[in-house]
Write a protein that binds this ligand. Structure first.
Ligand code: GRF
Length: 191
């Protein structure tokens, strides 16, 4: 039987993309077969090369004004889309092609600290500025708004008074590495 195929979109370093790909390496029924990025100089492109996974680089026009991306994903037999540090809003043609099959990770406990402009260290800075006692990760389905789709899973970490946005980002990344692949696996296998 054909394995379920995942495509990962990432705009930056891509450490989650790599971690997820390694998790599914030699998995009996799920594989990561394609990376996509909107950033021609993103580190995720080097990671894709090292992993032997093809990576497609696209621009704003291709993403928002054409059907090329959904067509490419269908052509490549992709069943699920994972956003791992991808910063652009997903257009409706892509949502329609993958209903309840696009999953995002957000580095905070939604519904707080989400929405447009809330990404990277801005999230961690706001959490610390607001003197929150805990933060964490939220894995959710993607809809037409930023960070607003149905929540699938959350995990928490404690914040102490010495935490900086950088140290909090590290704690959050640890949670991401631990949970994101397993949550993706359970969603993919349940559909
Ligand atoms: C992660 O913290 C993820 O939650 C957020 O962007 C970051 C991406 O990190 N959406 P990396 O590129 O996977 O290292």
């Amino acid at each position: 039987m054909k394995k379920k195929s995942i495509a990962i979109f990432a705009s930056g370093s891509g450490s989650n993309a790599e971690n997820i790909s390694r998790f599914f390496n030699r998995h009996p029924s799920v594989e990561v077969s394609f990376f996509l990025t909107n950033k021609p100089d993103a580190m995720v492109i080097d990671r894709a090369k090292n992993l032997g996974i093809p990576c497609h680089i696209f621009n704003r026009e291709e993403f928002y004004d054409t059907n090329r991306i959904p067509e490419l994903l269908i052509e490549k037999g992709i069943d699920f889309v994972v956003l791992a540090g991808f910063l652009w809003l997903i257009p409706s043609n892509l949502l329609k092609s993958f209903p309840k099959r696009i999953i995002n990770i957000h580095p905070a406990l939604l519904p707080k600290y989400g929405g447009k402009g809330m990404y990277g260290s801005k999230v961690h800075q706001s959490v610390i500025d607001n003197k929150e006692k805990e933060s964490g990760i939220t894995i959710h389905f993607v809809n037409e708004e930023y960070d607003a789709g149905d929540i699938i899973f959350q995990a928490k970490c404690a914040i102490d008074e010495n935490d900086s946005p950088e140290s909090l980002a590290e704690k959050v990344h640890e949670l991401e590495y631990l949970h994101f692949p397993k949550v993706i696996e359970s969603v993919v296998l349940s559909q």
